[in-house]
Design a protein around this ligand. Structure first.
Ligand SMILES: [Fe+2]
Ligand SMILES: [Fe+2]
Length: 490
């Protein structure tokens, strides 16, 4: 019996260790909470008030209204939870945006349910949500928007409802994966064609009219005009997506890939004015991408974040070792470790200024301070200790914050390993490389830098293997930095 208890305890311990630590929920201000609450109430009222317009009003009607009201209020809450689960860094502005879209659809249903096909009302918002907040949030939104109809008098054809669900789900799933505007455009052509053909096959071909019909847009049940309207609304949605991106801080795949274009002025400047930093950035992109692929994170996000993580070095490129060509080191002339530490911290502060000036999305700008976390600038701290043993470590630590996501944590680890892997002997064995990687990662872990990142032990193991794979790939085309193990700083 005691053996079974011990085994169960051990299993429970192993299970707990394998779980990803629970992340702190995002903080939403009281005013935003109040706005979210009021929008949810408004959605519930709009979705249920028609049940009170029956005369004479019976107790059963009031009960049915209350039930619908509560039901819509609860599912709006579930929608918020789903969006928070899929996007741990979602802002209150984005939550309000999703809810406002739901509110707009419910209001449109009341005003135009009998004249406009539900496909044109539900599919375009699903495309925006899937692009900006992911497929799961879009699917949750679609299920609420398709199931809740404020006007009981409107009954949708079963086949049309089926087509609506299929098309909206396809848009939600593909929308989250689409990587450029061309694919978006293709989606806005093929989904309406698909909906038209399926309506034609399932519902029948009667009532099909063509453009010579004067009010073709409003003709109810007209499959061709419904699909044409859907194509037009989807096309305009795609045109407006960049505006939604900037107003609500949405980060779509297309935007991420546009930012990752190496012809972007900031990246061009980095390659021309700080070529060493640019090379370092490219290698980090490779390390971080491989590690993120291994743990199943957001590859496009980390690739773009990595590209911009050190743009702050543009303000004084020659103060950073990778741009010095081994000739003059201004830190030697300065001979003041505290001031040198301030120069290093400035690459984070200036980077954030560059991010603001270039309107980089918050998720990308987060990589700038979080890749350094609160790490100790060991080289200058050691130099300062040589002069004064009692010097406070505080002056030699970056201001943070420590990585708040798996992606920024991976970038910190890649940033730490890059210089060491570059400086390694070309003949070093895989075991030696893995040992170097493990030591660097362990020192970050011990320093508490990964505490908020949600990286599990299993994921850290995979990250080490990924870095080793990249090291094996790059060792043949390695360029050595003018650094030794003891004076590495970045
Ligand atoms: Fe840096
Ligand atoms: Fe870096």
């Amino acid at each position: 019996m005691q053996n079974i208890t011990t085994i169960l305890k051990k299993l429970f311990y192993l299970w707990r260790r394998s779980q990803v630590p629970v992340k702190q929920p995002i903080k939403i201000s009281r005013i935003d909470n109040l706005i979210i609450f009021l929008v949810c109430i408004l959605i519930s009222i709009i979705s249920s008030y028609k049940r009170l317009l029956i005369s004479p009003l019976s107790i059963t009607d009031i009960f049915s209204w209350l039930l619908t009201f509560t039901e819509i209020f609860i599912i709006s809450g579930i929608l918020i939870l789903v969006s928070k689960k899929e996007n741990p860094t979602i802002s209150s502005r984005q939550i309000i945006f999703i809810l406002t879209l739901l509110l707009a659809v419910q209001a449109t249903k009341i005003a135009l349910a009998s004249t406009i096909s539900p496909l044109s009302m539900i599919i375009p918002p699903a495309l925006i949500i899937s692009q900006g907040m992911g497929s799961i949030t879009a699917l949750a939104w679609v299920s609420i928007a398709s199931l809740s109809w404020p006007d009981q008098a409107v009954s949708i054809n079963n086949y049309l409802f089926f087509i609506l669900l299929v098309c909206a789900s396809v848009v939600s799933l593909l929308g989250g994966r689409i990587r450029n505007r061309v694919q978006l455009l293709q989606l806005s052509i093929f989904v309406p064609i698909g909906s038209f053909l399926s309506q034609w096959i399932l519902i029948g071909k009667d009532k099909i009219s063509f453009i010579n019909n004067q009010d073709f847009v409003l003709s109810n049940g007209d499959k061709f005009s419904d699909s044409l309207l859907l194509a037009i609304v989807m096309f305009f949605t795609i045109l407006f997506i960049p505006i939604f991106e900037s107003i609500f801080g949405l980060l779509t795949k297309a935007r991420l890939l546009e930012l990752a274009d190496k012809e972007k002025p900031l990246i061009r400047r980095l390659s021309l004015e700080a070529p060493g930093t640019f090379e370092h950035t490219l290698l980090i992109c490779g390390l971080a991408e491989e590690a993120t692929r291994m743990i199943g994170g957001d590859i496009d996000l980390i690739k773009t974040g990595a590209l911009y993580h050190d743009v702050g070095k543009l303000y004084a490129p020659n103060w950073f070792i990778e741009n010095q060509d081994g000739l003059k080191n201004p830190h030697d002339e300065l001979d003041d470790p505290i001031k040198s530490a301030q120069v290093l911290q400035a690459h984070v502060d200036e980077g954030l200024k560059f991010a603001r000036k270039n309107r980089l999305p918050k998720l990308i700008a987060n990589f700038i301070p979080e890749h350094q976390g609160t790490l100790k600038m060991g080289y200058f701290f050691q130099k300062a200790q040589e002069k004064n043993l009692d010097i406070n470590e505080y002056y030699f630590r970056y201001k943070g914050p420590i990585p708040q996501s798996k992606e920024t944590a991976i970038l910190m680890l890649a940033d730490g390993c890059e210089a060491a892997l570059r400086a390694m002997n070309i003949n070093a064995s895989d075991k030696e490389a893995l040992e170097t990687i493990s030591n660097i990662i362990y020192s970050r872990q011990k320093d508490g830098q990964l505490d908020d990142s949600n990286l599990s032990k299993g994921e850290i193991f995979l990250i080490k293997r990924a870095f080793l794979n990249v090291w094996k790939r790059i060792r043949h085309r390695r360029i050595q930095y003018p650094t030794s193990k003891n004076n590495t700083f970045s």
